[in-house]
Design a protein around this ligand. Structure first.
Ligand SMILES: NC(=O)c1ccc[n+]([C@@H]2O[C@H](COP(=O)([O-])OP(=O)(O)OC[C@H]3O[C@@H](n4cnc5c(N)ncnc54)[C@H](OP(=O)(O)O)[C@@H]3O)[C@@H](O)[C@H]2O)c1
Length: 375
């Protein structure tokens, strides 16, 4: 929309168009009309050459003053149709444009060499697509606003309904992971005990499998209750109850194998397996027996042939998710992390096939207080 216009006194001179919400154009004029074939120089330094009506229209090339370059279609000032954009960051997009943004089918080559090929909407991966990382690992399936949502099954449908079975869903880390999965549209079956408090789960609309992880029949029945693409286990013991850390994992592994569910996420603890000396002497003294049975559980899972990811958290807190938690293959790392942040990392690891076969320490470097037994 033209909101202002200025023309030199001379018949052949300069003029400006100012479009609402857009850059100011300094346009060469001939008489009363803007030139129709020479370049347009944007007031902020960029240049446009190509088709036009009173705006960019048809096919054109833009060179922005930050180094970005676009060659492709336009529709009354908006990038539209087929086009290629070289971003100043080093990224490259080619494919369909819709209303000025990538929309339709397109390919984005990231500055680090990763490549996303698939559907776009509103300038972001939305729909079905595949991201191939520089290390050749892939994420293939459904994307929403640039985030990977879930894998596809063999028929091409996205496995979402009834797709994740969670042991430990009623409280703590398992609950946090369940909430994130349910809120983004994944269907979760929560394995709960008859005595578990379900009040937090009720609003999430999850399904339930009721049993005890120490009872193999109830674990097998849980796997038989749906078609699962993955299982998560965050179960931990309570004082006065039999420890579920090893027997529970063993029951879960055997039932997963029998049901053909190959993807497993297990939460153990820093101090387990080869990380015993990463924790303090005091932690080893107090938690030694628990760390020993969690080590047996890790060994059972890693030898199972299943596609496991084991997350070993440091000391757990009850703070909200911070977004600053990390997963690292460095088994010398110790620290703290909130259950909410750990729940988010569980979901992230589930989505990321490059974590398969890995044991990752999870801490939040932003928490500077040492865990109680480490002080
Ligand atoms: N506390 C720490 O600082 C710390 C540090 C490192 C690692 N960890 C480990 O991290 C994991 C997550 O810890 P968290 O504090 O978030 O959870 P948690 O309190 O250790 O685990 C609680 C969950 O396990 C379930 N559960 C316990 N026994 C069960 C059984 N026999 N059958 C089925 N479900 C059972 C509970 O169900 P109910 O609601 O029915 O009880 C609840 O959903 C645990 O493995 C824990 O040992 C903890």
């Amino acid at each position: 929309m033209v909101t202002g216009r200025w023309v030199d006194d001379e018949e052949k001179g300069h003029g400006t168009y100012t479009f609402v919400n857009r850059a100011k154009y300094a346009i060469e004029w001939t008489g009363d009309e803007p030139q129709t074939d020479g370049p347009w120089a944007y007031a902020n330094g960029g240049k446009y050459v190509g088709g036009r009506d009173d705006r960019e229209h048809g096919h054109g090339t833009v060179m922005y003053n930050d180094g970005g370059t676009y060659i492709g279609g336009y529709d009354h000032g908006n990038k539209q149709g087929k086009g290629t954009f070289w971003y100043p960051s080093g990224g490259l997009y080619f494919g369909d444009w819709e209303g000025g943004k990538p929309g339709g089918q397109g390919t984005f080559v990231l500055p680090d060499g990763g490549v996303y090929i698939g559907e776009w909407h509103n300038g972001m991966p939305n729909g079905l697509g595949i991201l191939t990382e520089p290390d050749n690992s892939t994420k293939e399936g459904l994307w929403k606003d640039g985030q990977f949502v879930g894998a596809q099954d063999s028929s091409g449908g996205v496995m979402r309904k009834g797709s994740v079975l969670v042991f430990g869903a009623s409280r703590g880390t398992g609950y946090e992971a369940t909430k994130l999965l349910a809120e983004r549209g994944d269907h979760v079956t929560a394995f709960v005990r008859p005595t578990s408090d379900r009040s937090g789960l009720e609003p999430l609309g999850v399904d339930y499998a009721v049993g005890n992880i120490l009872d193999p029949a109830s674990v097998a029945a849980a796997f038989a209750s749906g078609e699962f693409r993955a299982v998560i286990n965050t179960v931990g013991g309570r004082r006065g109850e039999p420890r579920p850390d090893f027997e529970g994992v063993k029951n879960m592994v055997e039932a997963a194998k029998a049901a053909g569910v190959s993807r497993v996420l297990l939460v153990t603890a820093i101090g387990t397996g080869d990380s015993l000396n990463t924790v303090s002497a005091r932690t080893r003294e107090v938690l030694g027996p628990v760390l020993a049975i969690k080590s047996e559980a890790e060994a059972y899972l890693t030898a199972s042939g299943l596609n496991y990811t084991i997350l070993r958290p440091g000391g757990l807190t009850r703070e909200p998710a911070s977004g600053t938690g990390i997963m690292t293959e460095d088994h010398g790392v110790m620290g703290s992390i909130s259950r909410a942040e750990l729940g988010a990392l569980v979901v992230r690891a589930l989505d990321d096939d490059s974590t398969i076969g890995k044991i990752l320490h999870t801490v939040d470097p932003a928490i500077t207080n040492k865990p109680p037994l480490e002080r």
